[in-house]
Design a protein around this ligand. Structure first.
Ligand code: UDP
Length: 475
């Protein structure tokens, strides 16, 4: 069982200056210097279960790039598991979100299997981690490494990106499963305080929301002609005659071109480039409720607007630790097929290629920028990076008031929140209100951009991690 190392190129902190200004940059420089002094010769290891797909992989790319840009040795390893291990961890993932999932057991046998795979990964990790290094373990898949890494003399932080606003039997069952593995960590980090389980010592629990990077391939500026060229190339909108190439810039600054196409399911030709475009981008996960978006759009928006809906997710073979992706995508196909033809013809489902992650990011960037409205009708959500990404692009967002989405959007100011994510009529009404009023949509988008700038960029994020490291050093 070999751990995979993901290589992340360094990004200089000062590239943030045009966005955060010189005062914030100067503060960040001070934080970086302090971290360098403290970390002399030590490595910060990040360990998770997938290099591609989903919010954790997305965020690690950004955070590691800046930490490395601050001249610190930060590295990223991906653990390995077998299908039974991923079935268990997906069960835990659903459970911590308060959802029943596949209804499979989380008993002693599952705990033993989970421990066995964790030990095999720990052995590999042991060969690389030195006493005094910091090991940040992400999500339930890595909780079994807390004990072994502590015994190796590392400072261990367990970073949990998921959680539920309300406790129920399944959340409690998942926490009971994880609890024996978690006890020894030096610190626990969550995206929201409500996610911290009662049994963790309060003085070791910390809240650090994620961030996005304005300069990554996912969020970098892209002019409208290029946006259209990318979407026409991948097959999501009709071609325009401008002759613009579908280009983007890689993280190292080099120019690149979108070559692959998306797998798109729809009837008839793609929507014209100037048609109103409603988008949800997410993994094929039931908690994202892609099928619910489709039904609500078909029932409550189609007919009242000439908008088209695109549900966009990764190619299902591309997300290693998500065994339910293919199944959920098939369910979505079924829901789509069952819609009456006149409703189906304005809805497309797209799987975006994952061979080249920066190309994938550029396509998602174009999708979000082209959207008249971005929706995120999740039933549960840890933080919801897709929301921050759309807000950064000044898009009006209509989203469920679940998890971290409620921390990002101020209802009526920087987007619209839906109190009940299952209320498809309210979803349709909110969506129609934004689609029918361009000035309102623009206002929501402008405030959204500002809110992300002030709260969800890398300088705030790095500062909070630096504060935590300082605290751990003093402990
Ligand atoms: N994403 C992507 N390609 C896709 C679908 C999603 O790059 O085809 C990205 C999306 O842009 C976001 C991340 O995956 O950066 C999803 O993070 P989020 O926090 O929204 O949800 P999670 O997947 O972690 O539950």
């Amino acid at each position: 069982m070999h751990l995979e190392e993901v290589h992340v190129p360094a990004a200089p902190l000062d590239r943030l200056e045009p966005v955060i200004g010189s005062d914030r940059l100067q503060q960040l420089g001070g934080v970086a210097k302090k971290m360098r002094d403290e970390f002399d010769g030590r490595t910060v290891w990040n360990v998770n279960s997938t290099a591609t797909g989903g919010g954790v992989a997305e965020m690690l790319q950004v955070l590691l790039a800046y930490i490395r840009g601050a001249d610190l040795d930060a590295r990223w390893l991906v653990i390995k598991g077998d299908p039974a291990f991923y079935a268990i961890t997906k069960r835990l993932h659903n459970g911590l979100h308060g959802a029943v999932g596949d209804q499979g057991p989380l008993g002693v046998r599952e705990q033993e299997h989970y421990a066995r795979i964790s030990e095999a990964n720990a052995e590999e990790l042991h060969a690389q981690v030195r006493a005094g290094d910091v090991v940040i373990l992400h999500d339930p898949q890595t909780a079994g490494l807390v004990g072994p890494m502590r015994r190796a003399g590392a400072v261990v932080v367990w970073r949990c990106h998921i959680g539920s606003d309300h406790d129920n039997d399944v959340t409690r069952g998942s926490w009971e499963f994880l609890r024996p593995f978690l006890e020894d960590a030096d610190a626990y980090v969550f995206s929201r305080s409500v996610y911290v389980p009662d049994f963790l010592p309060a003085n070791r629990a910390h809240v650090i929301p994620p961030s996005i990077d304005p300069f990554s391939a996912k969020n970098q500026e892209m002019d409208p002609a290029t946006v259209r060229a990318v979407l026409a190339h991948v097959g999501l909108i009709g071609g325009d005659a401008s002759g613009t190439m579908p280009t983007f810039h890689r993280e190292d600054g080099s120019p690149a071109r979108v070559d692959h196409c998306a797998d798109v399911v729809r009837t008839g030709p793609p929507p014209p480039p100037d048609a109103p475009f409603v988008v949800q981008v997410s993994r094929w996960d039931r908690l994202k409720d892609m099928a619910g978006v489709m039904r609500a759009f078909a029932r409550h928006v189609n007919g009242a607007s000439d908008a088209h809906l695109a549900l966009v997710g990764p190619n299902v073979s591309g997300v290693a630790d998500d065994p339910e992706g293919g199944e959920v995508l098939n369910e979505c196909f079924q829901v789509w097929r069952d819609l009456p033809h006149r409703e189906r013809e304005r809805i497309q489902l797209a799987c975006v290629p994952m061979h080249d992650l920066e190309e994938n990011a550029a396509i998602i960037n174009a999708v979000q920028r082209h959207a008249t409205v971005v929706v995120q009708k999740s039933l549960a959500e840890g933080f919801g990076l897709t929301v921050a990404e759309a807000m950064w692009k000044s898009r009006p967002v209509v989203a469920s008031a679940v998890g971290g989405i409620s921390d990002q959007i101020v209802h009526g100011e920087s987007g619209l929140l839906l109190g009940d994510p299952t209320d498809s009529e309210a979803f349709g009404e909110a969506l129609r209100s934004v689609l029918s009023d361009g000035a309102y949509a623009q206002r929501l988008g402008r405030v959204a951009h500002q809110r992300v700038n002030e709260n969800f960029l890398g300088d705030r994020h790095l500062r909070q991690w630096a504060e935590l490291f300082e605290q751990l050093r003093g402990a």
